[in-house]
Design a binder for this molecule. Structure first.
Ligand code: ATP
Ligand code: MG
Length: 379
């Protein structure tokens, strides 16, 4: 019985209704026992002093001396009480039955859906009807299922993408080694250099993947403090100056000297800027120019990296921050072997610091402009 009660919501509800009925009946009995005689006495006394109530005799204290009228009244009262208790019990049963069905059915549906999701069927959803708390729960449940579905498909895509990315350099290394073993490829420095380059590419890819997973899982600490944008830009441009010089690209900046400080993690902000300027250097031909500007827009500082490089056709713009996305796979391979992770990491880092990042480009050969924001320190 106890177990049944514990595992059935409907039984608990019925029991609570029955308790209310019993308490009601007890209250009525107690009232009829103690309050009724005096009240009857008073009313009858008021109606007619001779009805036997006003003779100093208190009813209920001595049943034998009670007038017949009161005895009859009490009997009919008890009978009515019995009918009322019976009707209340039936009402409690019906109510608990209907109420249970209304509550239990959606909860059961959710429980079954949860079970199916646990079994790996992430497209499972429950029907939402009405607007009450149960409907809210169903909406939240469906949102959770949707999120799980997205994570699952992201996971699948990631595994597919990673295998694909790993396969290319591995195939190249294997091909070179087989050529060497069969004597088809000469054992020259150039051949070894090729193998080394591919191994290097693999190494970089694994490093990038590790960083991406750390950043996307937010498995790192942000050290947010007040950061001066100008000194940040100077630090990054100084670091990349040699690379720019080697490619005969001019690094330029246009910074307002009165920029307020931003709230950011300095190292992560440097990483973002290095990534964007690094891309600029990679995708801008010799003799080009990269310009870095920073200006305040409302309560944010907007940092822009503009290059005069190869540009990005408009159909690629919306995908450019996606994982492993490259506009022209062969181009980025020749140009130093990008894996299309850099911008994904940059976006995750910007968003973790409450900023936004976007790209603009007029198209092929027209240069590109990458911009991101960081919040100004509130004073
Ligand atoms: N400044 C730019 N000009 C033109 N195309 C760019 C520029 N920056 C990025 N792209 C395009 O966006 C793609 C994604 O850039 P992302 O930095 O994410 O990857 P990547 O540079 O290819 O590789 P890595 O992960 O090593 O950075 C690049 O492959 C390139 O096609
Ligand atoms: Mg890059």
């Amino acid at each position: 019985m106890n177990d049944y009660l514990r595992s059935h919501f409907g039984a608990k509800l019925l029991l609570s209704y029955l308790v209310i009925v019993v308490v009601g009946v007890i209250v009525l009995i107690l009232a009829s026992q103690f309050a009724l005689p005096a009240s009857f006495n008073r009313h009858m006394g008021m109606m007619d002093g001779g009805m036997g109530m006003g003779n100093g005799m208190m009813m209920g204290q001595n049943d034998n001396s009670m007038p017949q009228l009161y005895i009859d009244f009490r009997a009919s009262f008890n009978e009515a009480l019995l009918y009322a208790a019976f009707a209340a019990t039936v009402a409690a049963m019906l109510l608990s039955f209907f109420f249970t069905r209304r509550v239990i059915a959606p909860v059961q549906a959710m429980s079954q859906a949860a079970q199916r999701i646990a079994d790996g069927r992430y497209d499972e959803r429950v029907q939402v009807s009405g607007k009450d708390e149960l409907a809210q729960l169903a909406i939240r449940f469906n949102q959770m299922a949707e999120k799980l579905n997205q994570i699952e498909s992201m996971r699948r895509r990631l595994i597919g993408d990673v295998s694909h990315e790993l396969r290319t350099p591995l195939t190249a290394i294997k091909g070179s080694m087989e050529g060497l073993m069969d004597g088809i490829l000469p054992a020259t420095d150039e051949t070894f250099q090729q193998v080394h380059t591919e191994a290097d590419r693999l190494n970089r890819l694994v490093d990038d993947l590790q960083e991406l997973s750390r950043v996307e899982a937010r498995a790192y600490q942000l050290d947010i403090r007040s950061v001066n944008i100008s000194s940040l830009v100077h630090t990054v441009t100084k670091r990349l100056a040699a690379k720019a010089q080697a490619k005969r690209i001019t690094l330029d900046f246009d910074l307002n000297p009165n920029l307020p400080p931003v709230l950011a993690d300095e190292d992560r902000a440097i990483q973002i800027l290095t990534n964007l300027i690094g891309n600029g250097l990679q995708y801008t031909p010799e003799g080009g120019r990269i310009t870095i500007t920073a200006k305040q827009v409302k309560d944010e500082i907007q940092i822009t990296v503009h290059d005069t490089g190869v540009g990005i056709p408009s159909e690629h713009l919306s995908h450019i921050f996606d994982r492993f996305y490259r506009v022209d796979k062969s181009r980025s391979r020749q140009a130093g072997g990008g894996s299309g992770i850099g911008l994904t990491i940059a976006r995750a880092l910007v968003e973790a610091q409450h900023g936004r990042i976007w790209v603009e480009s007029a198209g092929d050969g027209q240069g590109s402009t990458f911009a991101f924001t960081l919040p100004v320190v509130n004073r």
